[in-house]
Write a protein that binds this ligand. Structure first.
Ligand code: NAD
Ligand code: KPL
Length: 297
């Protein structure tokens, strides 16, 4: 049995794709668990269906916990439920950005805490409809020492979905690669209120992207010893912005829905890291403040 904490877009995607009868959502403390969660599922290919998933009942012992809350909710959400699970239950974190994964690993270093980086895409255009909007790859790797022994078992359990799931011994490095892309696209789309591709011709982007990439290159080199020139980072950011030109980024979507964004775990994380490492990060700081002003901080 796999337990999922966070019945939003990504949690419902894994819920719908995992084998029936082997998955359950985890209720918030004190919330009822007697009614199943039911929603329509529109797969990437094929016909729509209705999915019905139970809540984990007291006494159920999951073999794996997927955590699909937003980065800012993750530590509190886990703290509310983790004591009901055995110490050797693997906990797999799906959050974008960085900072929340380290916070969970630091809080429970004796537990098998893993992190995933995924390019699967899911959204809910209506509350009762889950759309698998884009398919990609999911990498899974250890955040704590006890997690090293759980990676292959976790990958095998998730591979039962038919999605592409791979082990990644250096998951931090992979999370950094995604962080670079999110840091170079998401805040601009939120501030400019535009689809991903439109940032490329905007003055704000053109005036700041080279300095941002200088900051990203120095931070990545100091934090995880990956050397990549600012020009190369800019090319990668622009390639993704072009490939996803018509998309609304997750940060723009959060601002439009008046929900808290993940800026503190993307450019905010980078600005804070810059202060700790003595690296000057004015563009990350400016983007963080401007997005914070747009959302409910
Ligand atoms: P979402 O807002 O749709 O879902 C989060 C869910 O967590 C919500 O339903 C919320 O009610 C629930 N939640 C919050 N606190 C909780 C608690 N204490 N107990 C139980 N549930 C709680 O967000 P999402 O799009 O599913 O994204 C989740 C994470 O996955 C984010 O960090 C996001 O960046 C990352 N991610 C999402 C996608 C995607 O395609 N949606 C892709 C890659 C990564
Ligand atoms: O991951 C994304 C996001 O929106 O969070 C990008 C790559 C920017 C695609 O929209």
């Amino acid at each position: 049995m796999i337990g999922i904490l966070g019945a939003g877009s990504l949690g419902r995607l894994w819920g719908a794709m995992l084998p029936v009868g082997r998955v359950a959502f985890i209720a918030r403390p004190g919330e009822p668990t007697d009614t199943d969660l039911s929603y329509r599922f529109r797969p990437f290919k094929g016909p729509e269906s209705t999915v019905r998933i139970p809540f984990l009942k007291a006494g159920n012992k999951p073999d794996l916990l997927l955590v699909t809350t937003k980065a800012g909710d993750t530590l509190d959400a886990l703290a509310g439920v983790i004591n009901q699970f055995a110490m050797d239950t693997p906990v797999l974190l799906f959050q974008n950005g960085l900072g929340s994964q380290q916070a969970v690993a630091d809080r429970w270093p004796e537990r098998p805490i893993l992190a995933a980086s995924t390019t699967e895409g899911a959204n809910r255009p209506e509350p009762e409809l889950l759309v698998h909007a884009g398919t990609g790859d999911t990498w899974v790797g250890p955040m704590t020492e006890p997690a090293r022994a759980s990676v292959s078992k976790t990958v095998a359990m998730l591979a039962a979905t038919g999605l592409a799931v791979h082990p990644e011994p250096d998951i931090l490095q992979r999370l950094w690669q995604k962080l670079i892309i999110n840091a170079g696209i998401n805040p601009y789309t939120a501030i400019l209120n535009c689809p991903n591709g439109d940032i490329l011709s905007a003055g704000l982007y053109q005036d700041t992207i080279d300095e941002l990439c200088r900051e990203l290159s120095e931070l990545m080199s100091a934090a995880v010893q990956i050397t990549e020139t600012p020009d190369s980072l800019r090319q990668r950011i622009e390639q993704v912005a072009q490939n996803t030109a018509g998309n609304t980024s997750s940060m723009r979507a959060d601002v439009l829905r008046k929900r808290q964004t993940e800026i503190d775990f993307i450019n905010g994380y980078l600005a804070k890291l810059g202060k700790e490492l003595g690296i000057y990060t004015p563009v990350n700081q400016m983007l963080t403040e401007r997005v914070q002003q747009l959302s409910s901080h």
